[in-house]
Design a protein around this ligand. Structure first.
Ligand code: PLP
Length: 400
């Protein structure tokens, strides 16, 4: 018998995955160039050539037993962690060393390790809607409960006043994600400053620790020179989760890291707990060859300009066609107001125009749809008339 606890997942399956499969089916039926599949956040820009070069050089130059072996520490190679720490110090003026860094199996495992290390069963984690659907599952994995702070749909900046009211002595962590999936919004300096102020006051009032878990797989995908605040500089009890899935287009390689700053409450135990969590959750250590690769490619980035061009052309095309959308400053998503009340129905209607988008309901924010614009530029340009046709159809119905 399959575990009962898994059956809701089996039955529900992720809307995003289901849509992905539908996209593949439609591409086979209509031809890939006639299907506008915006359903999945899978990078469309190749990894920089330095990545493959690094793989070749490592295999040629380094000890194969070490490169493919278990790490001595579950936190990863000491020299790789030191490289990451120094890179962060150079970028953000922080003072991390290898002891603050744990290499992880992407951001997904990093979040699970952080929650396991910091949150006890029965405690609560807050997340600002709309949020990445897996957060709820990750909280549940560790017996914690995720509570959604309702969205401020005017700006999609975190709704801090409501968050403040939702904090209780059970609240152990707040997950934030900027640049944001699904809105593309970057949380401003003012937002992070205010968030830190509120949490400091709440920690004092309640006599508890409240951690920020800052999920940052899109940090490098930020446009127009926008500043993405480094949260450890605002609030001591911050853990940062990073990933190279998007910044180097390596989602299948499963590589990222966690930062546990020395200022974190009970730091020595917390970092040990995270190291052990990496092991007991079954990740053991981040893939060793790829750890060495990212260390060699620490200064590399994918061609962010390609995403930027998609962002601008699609945003302009949709706004011209009458759609409403907050202007995205990062990541590769647009979060568009559904022109009909029911976002799930809108997605079904879009499918009839060969457009695949994901309902906001999947991100705890109904009434909106997510468009992942990590697709070819040709797909962006070809999709705009289809979006315009769909809007025209809806407007004509509304007139009747
Ligand atoms: N967090 C957010 C907001 C994401 O969008 C994703 C993936 O799309 C992840 C975490 C997981 O990323 P990774 O591939 O690094 O596990």
């Amino acid at each position: 018998m399959t575990a009962k606890s898994m059956m809701p997942y089996v039955e529900g399956n992720s809307a995003i995955r289901a849509m992905f499969e539908e996209g593949a089916r439609m591409a086979a039926e209509f031809g890939a160039e006639n299907v506008f599949d915006f359903s999945l956040g899978n990078p469309s820009v190749p990894a920089p050539p330095e990545v493959d070069d690094a793989i070749r050089s490592i295999l040629a130059e380094e000890d194969t037993l070490l490169v493919h072996g278990y790490n001595k520490s579950n936190s990863g190679y000491e020299d790789v962690r030191q490289t990451v720490a120094e890179h962060l110090n150079m970028l953000h003026g922080t003072s991390f060393s290898s002891k603050n860094i744990i290499m992880t199996v992407g951001a997904a495992s990093g979040l699970n390790v952080a929650i396991k290390a910091l949150v006890d069963p029965g405690e609560e984690i807050l997340a600002f809607a709309p949020y990445f659907v897996e957060y709820g599952n990750y909280a549940k994995n560790h017996g914690a409960q995720l509570r959604a702070v309702p969205a401020d749909t005017n700006t999609f900046q975190p709704n801090l006043e409501v968050m403040e009211q939702m904090i209780t002595e059970k609240t152990r962590a707040i997950i934030i994600n900027s640049p944001n999936n699904p809105t593309g919004v970057v949380y401003s300096d003012e937002t992070i400053r205010r968030l830190a102020q509120i949490l400091k006051a709440k920690q004092e009032e309640l006599g508890t620790e409240i951690y920020i878990i800052s999920d940052e797989p899109y940090r490098e995908l930020a446009y127009d020179g926008v500043n993405v605040p480094y949260v450890t500089k605002y609030y001591d009890n911050t853990v940062v989760g990073y990933s190279w899935s998007k910044s180097l287009s390596l989602p299948g390689e499963r590589i990222g890291y966690l930062v546990f700053p020395s200022e974190l409450a009970d730091f020595e135990n917390a970092i040990q707990a995270a190291n052990i969590a990496n092991r007991v959750l079954g990740y053991v250590n981040a893939p060793t060859l790829i750890q060495r690769v990212v260390a060699r490619c620490i200064d590399c980035k994918v061609n962010v300009a390609a995403y930027d061009r998609n962002r601008q052309n699609l945003y302009d095309g949709l706004v011209d066609a009458g759609y409403e959308c907050v202007y995205p400053e990062g990541a590769f998503y647009l979060f568009v107001k559904s022109p009909i009340d029911d976002d799930v129905e809108f997605c079904a209607r879009a499918k009839a125009h060969n457009i695949l988008v994901v309902p906001g309901k999947s991100f705890a924010c109904p009434g909106y749809v997510r468009i992942a614009y990590c697709v070819s530029h040709e797909t962006i340009m070809n999709s705009i008339p289809a979006f315009a046709e769909l809007m025209k159809e809806i407007k004509e119905e509304n007139k009747e």
